[in-house]
Design a protein around this ligand. Structure first.
Ligand code: NBP
Length: 479
């Protein structure tokens, strides 16, 4: 019997789609699922000619794979993945490759990488983005782990991935948890971009009273320009969808309570540890949390005072155009913060992440794919040491052209009491970054006042402490 090119464990929606994708590219797959009936049903339902073989046990799966074995685990992240790796590892040989495609925490991937290395088994933690359709037709793949392991699986995964401009949206990113880290930051950016779009919708709907049909037109138009992206495109489609029973726009009937699975929160936790600012992503996570507190909001909506401003009486078309520029500027800030986080983690973990390469594999297949990523790739290819994405010539030109509109949108929304946490956080980041001097001088004085934490001065070297309450005693130079 011919042995299969790859084994896949876990036949949820992602596992099934990836197997079909691999088969369509000419790779044979052996599949195993904890619940046999699911494996049986999946393989029995396949069209004739598909090169997919069912396995009833991990032992059987391992026995029908060519060597070195490539085995992809596509199940619930966390303990379930550890349990499967624990059962699988004793069945493998040195040189085999274990690939975890779940949404695993990067520190779990680091641990698994080192544990499997003791057995000379290659571990690849691969971030998979694009949902069910991406998995089926071509996802963005973010692999990290042993470089040798990647070379063994690359012939399959570079074919399975989305292709943009003849290049696969899959490339080796770095050792141990690098792939899952990049996927985590991808998801953080995804959170921020979704929130920014929701804020644009809210401002246009609340202040201009635009209905779903008009919003669909605006988003579709935006998708033809600099804002072109998967998320803007699907947003236009969402506005067009009608509830079949009532005929109303379906979006208007959806409860305003958002859920999250945790990757946004992981991004914030990591950013905190890295002392990196991801304020737009932070605002997006906060917004989901606040949205989930529906009962508290319902009570507060009846009790808290509203702003006194009258209905919006400004230039309606101007506000729509301004929102375009505000969204683009905030999108730049979101990516600048994401890049910053990737770089600081890369330095700390020794991953040597290539930002232009990451932008390249995010251009297709994934949820944050957008026209902007091509610009980001170009910017970091021409200047790999670029300090901050906002300093790239194209970013500066875009913000120069759009900053009045960005400010106008933020000011208008705030005056009228429409919350725009991500749009305003991104502007605050920009306004802080571009200031040589921030009010942290006063902050240092406060810290020194109550905690003798010392401060530095602008006019001389050293660290100083002042007795702020005693007029007779002056500043002390401490070292
Ligand atoms: P699910 O996350 O819903 O997981 C379903 C699979 O996990 C089934 O095969 C199930 O087996 C298996 N499983 C579970 Br649950 N607990 C297990 C255990 N203790 N031991 C062995 N198998 C176990 O599937 P999915 O939506 O296809 O996602 C798979 C992975 O891909 C997840 O980590 C997910 O976060 C990630 N991901 C998902 C998407 C997406 O859009 N859905 C995108 C990118 C990444 P059973 O059939 O026996 O219950």
């Amino acid at each position: 019997m011919n042995k299969c090119n790859i084994g896949l464990i876990g036949l949820g929606v992602m596992g099934r789609s990836l197997v079909l994708n691999m088969d369509s590219k000419g790779f044979s797959a052996a599949v195993y699922n904890r619940t046999w009936e699911i494996t049986e049903k999946f393989t029995a339902g396949l069209a004739p000619g598909k090169n997919v073989k069912p396995a009833r046990s991990l032992e059987e799966l391992v026995s029908i794979l060519e060597r070195p074995r490539r085995i992809m685990i596509m199940i619930k992240a966390g303990k379930a993945t550890d349990a499967v790796i624990g059962d699988l590892a004793p069945l493998l040989h040195a040189g085999d490759v274990v690939i975890d495609g779940g949404n695993s925490l990067f520190t779990d991937s680091q641990r698994r990488f080192h544990e499997l290395a003791k057995q000379n088994i290659h571990f690849i933690g691969i971030g998979v983005s694009g949902g069910e359709e991406g998995a089926l037709k071509g996802p963005s793949l973010m692999p990290g782990g042993t470089e040798e392991g990647w070379k063994i699986i690359a012939p399959i995964f570079t074919r399975v991935a989305a292709q943009v401009g003849g290049e696969p949206c899959a490339r080796y990113l770095g050792p141990d948890g690098a792939g899952h880290y990049v996927k985590m930051v991808h998801n953080g950016i995804e959170y921020a971009e979704m929130q920014l779009i929701c804020e644009a919708y809210d401002v246009l709907a609340q202040l201009l009273g635009l209905d779903a049909d008009r919003l669909a037109e605006i988003f579709a138009k935006w998708n033809e320009g600099d804002l072109e992206s998967y998320l803007i495109e699907i947003t236009a489609q969402i506005f067009r969808k009608r509830d079949p029973e009532s005929g109303q726009p379906l979006v208007d009937l959806i409860l305003d309570r958002a859920k999250q699975k945790g990757t946004g929160m992981w991004t914030l936790e990591s950013a905190n540890r890295q002392a990196t600012v991801v304020s737009t992503i932070n605002a997006a996570v906060d917004s989901r949390i606040l949205s989930s507190q529906k009962a508290a909001r319902t009570t507060a909506s009846k009790l808290l005072p509203k702003p006194e401003s009258a209905a919006f009486a400004g230039d309606r078309a101007g506000l729509v155009a301004a929102m375009h520029d505000a969204l683009y500027a905030a999108k730049l800030v979101t990516h600048a913060q994401g890049v910053d986080l990737l770089r600081s983690a890369s330095t700390d973990h020794g991953w040597n992440l290539d930002i232009a390469g990451i932008a390249t594999i995010w251009r297709g297949g994934c949820i944050i794919r957008s026209r902007l990523l091509e610009r980001i790739r170009e910017a970091f290819e021409s200047d790999p040491k670029l300090d901050n994405l906002l300093l790239a010539p194209f970013s500066r030109a875009a913000i120069e052209a759009g900053q009045a509109n960005w400010r106008n949108v933020v000011a208008t929304a705030i005056t009228h009491g429409v919350a725009i946490p991500a749009l305003s956080a991104s502007l605050a980041y920009f306004d802080s970054l571009r200031r040589e001097r921030l009010p942290a001088n006063l902050l240092q004085a406060q810290r020194d006042f109550f905690g003798a934490h010392k401060y530095e001065r602008v006019d001389r070297d050293g660290e100083f402490h002042t007795d702020w309450q005693d007029e007779t005693r002056s500043t002390t130079l401490l070292k």
